[in-house]
Design a protein around this ligand. Structure first.
Ligand SMILES: [Zn+2]
Length: 87
């Protein structure tokens, strides 16, 4: 009995939504995701309400959406959806 040991492999699943550092307020509260239905990369900061979206030209992971957003943010592109920045 019991010759087979159960291999204990701990897999830490990242089930929590990934949060990223906000380039505006500096908090780790930015959520980024790819809205594949609308072909948009969407970024929202839960702390300062920074938000932006841009058209996806390729399949992106959240981290890609985030880094693209940050690039655009520092490049001075207007990203706020509320300012009419879209597509
Ligand atoms: Zn923020």
């Amino acid at each position: 009995m019991g010759r087979r040991r159960k291999q204990v492999v701990k897999v830490i699943k990242r089930t929590l939504p990934q949060a990223f550092l906000c380039p505006k307020c500096g908090k780790n509260t930015v959520k980024a995701f790819a809205d594949e239905k609308n072909q948009l990369g969407v970024v929202v900061c839960g702390a300062c309400d920074l938000r932006g979206q841009f058209p996806l030209t390729q399949r992106m992971d959240p981290v890609d959406v985030y880094s693209t957003f940050v690039d655009k943010f520092y490049a001075g592109e207007k990203l706020g959806a509320e300012k009419g920045w879209a597509a």
